[in-house]
Design a protein around this ligand. Structure first.
Ligand code: GAP
Length: 495
């Protein structure tokens, strides 16, 4: 398939178009033709993303008494990345096509081929190919990987040729120099995950927070990866945000904590996304330091893909930092009856989700196209964003029916009632119907219209986004209803 045809068949196309048209996501530096896999959030996008981040923060640090938050710097001592294993093994196997000069992830080319077999109904062939690839990756047999690509007749989607280079390992970390001298001794990395900022602060937080094991440290922050195959919009970005939590437990209790967090994280996601679009995918092959791992997958428009990872990472990270930093990272457990076992390096259960990936899941799920009948009785397509009211960028929009008879003044009064508590917009231009449509497109769950009756009895019309139903209420009643529907409590109560 040519690049152009691929773009035409991109199932994300309507979402990318909507995101751009209505101020959610723009390509970075667009006037310079953009920067691959880097995106900017617009006025509605930043509001939605902030709401998702605040919701996650509340679910972790507010709802859980034993989880606290930190905000570590992006730059860290370079040895952190040696200890974590990222310098030596945060690699992807890459292959170049000599004719198009394009670089691909070797495993992605093979996975695409397996998906083609699957689509054609040859499930066995697909599974066999993936097994063969996994064995070659495990053995770091890159020549074998290249041969498999050639044997499978895989060609470059741009040039259409199989003129492949050898497969090479490519480290995904971005680096730069700190200070004025540009040499290797000053090399620092842009963190590829936020987790290490938590590990190195484990004792600082434990000693200053009065937390006792088991307890968690949560963090939201930017991470950077030089993703080579940057496809699928904000699903795989080079600069993105992670929401991670490391839960420190007594060795031997980690699998219990792992089960707890699996359930809690699934419940959180099910509160804002449909249950049938979420599933667990247990890792059959574990990293050498993990003793259990699962992904929560979401059904994106291009299929089920990883949204969040939950890993039981044993004491790998803390022990490795102990060795590299030559500092004890042990916990003193006062409750432990056996004196000899009171000092230990805690085990860790990690939950890790990308804020941008959650944004994409929420946005793609919310984009709804339904058939409706307009005022003239004609069938019309209606597009709206069916976002949970608690995460919608704007919670309520307020319109006077006309721009005269004192209605704008009254509408401004109502606006003042709401703006202190909720993100509210006021609009007195345009017809009411058009204003409703504009708010539907950005997912505003409630619209209030102020008309002549409002001046007489103080009631307004409350219009509901999803059903388009309208009801007549006092301002106080409408406010109580909207506050209840947009509260994080509606979500946190389901955890
Ligand atoms: N600390 C563990 C860790 O970083 P990961 O599976 O590499 O694990 C965790 O990443 C989550 O971060 C993923 O499930 C995904 O939601 C998000 N993520 C990872 N790479 C990403 C990228 N390039 N763009 C957007 N989100 C990404």
């Amino acid at each position: 398939m040519s690049k152009k045809t691929q773009e035409e068949h991109n199932p994300l196309k309507p979402i990318i178009a909507h995101a751009k048209e209505y101020g959610f996501v723009f390509p970075s530096s667009e006037i310079y033709e953009g920067l691959q896999a880097v995106y900017d959030y617009g006025q509605n996008g930043v509001a939605l993303k902030n709401n998702l981040k605040q919701l996650w923060w509340a679910a972790m640090t507010q709802w859980h008494e034993n989880v606290v938050g930190i905000d570590a710097a992006i730059f860290m001592h370079p040895t952190v990345w040696k200890a974590s294993g990222h310098v030596d093994s945060f690699n992807d196997p890459m292959i170049d096509n000599r004719d198009s000069k394009k670089r691909y992830r070797a495993d992605n080319l093979i996975e695409d081929k397996a998906a083609q077999y699957e689509k054609a109904g040859d499930t066995q062939k697909s599974a066999a190919l993936l097994t063969q690839m996994a064995a070659l990756l495990e053995a770091e047999n890159f020549e074998g990987l290249r041969q498999l690509i050639i044997d499978e007749g895989i060609v470059c989607p741009i040039s259409g040729t199989a003129n492949w280079t050898e497969v090479r390992q490519f480290n995904l970390m971005f680096s730069t120099e700190m200070g004025s001298v540009a040499d290797d001794s000053n090399r620092v990395y842009l963190r590829p995950e936020t987790a290490q900022g938590i590990f190195v602060n484990f004792l600082n937080v434990q000693k200053t927070s009065r937390q006792q094991v088991p307890f968690g440290i949560a963090q939201i922050g930017k991470a950077f990866r030089n993703e080579i195959v940057a496809r699928q919009f904000i699903f795989r970005m080079r600069e993105f945000e992670q929401m991670e939590m490391q839960y420190f437990v007594k060795p031997g209790t980690e699998l219990e904590a792992y089960e707890y967090w699996k359930e809690k994280r699934m419940r959180f996601l099910q509160a804002i996304l449909p249950a049938e679009k979420l599933r667990f995918k247990i890792h059959e092959k574990l990293a050498h330091y993990a003793n259990a791992a699962v992904d929560i997958e979401f059904e994106f428009p291009f299929g089920f893909k990883e949204l969040e990872g939950i890993h039981s990472r044993t004491d790998f990270d803390l022990s490795s930092h102990q060795t590299f930093a030559r500092t004890k990272l042990q916990y003193f457990d006062e409750q432990e009856p056996d004196k000899d076992k009171r000092h230990y390096v805690p085990y860790v259960v990690e939950t890790s989700i990308g804020a941008d990936r959650l944004f994409l899941a929420v946005l793609s799920n919310a984009l709804t196209i339904s058939q409706g009948v307009d005022a003239k009785g004609e069938t019309k397509e209606r597009i709206f964003l069916k976002l949970h009211p608690a995460i919608a960028p704007t919670k309520v929009a307020i319109f006077p029916l006309t721009r005269k008879d004192g209605l704008p003044e009254k509408a401004r009064e109502v606006f003042d009632e709401f703006r202190y508590d909720l993100s509210t917009v006021y609009e007195d231009r345009g017809a009411i119907g058009k204003n409703y449509t504009r708010q539907d497109l950005v997912g505003t769950p409630f619209c209030l219209t102020i008309d002549h009756q409002t001046l007489e009895d103080g009631t307004i019309t409350l219009r509901h986004r999803d059903s388009t139903e309208q009801e007549r209420l006092s301002v106080a009643e409408a406010k109580a209803k909207i506050l209840a529907a947009t509260s994080f409590k509606t979500i946190l109560a389901q955890l």
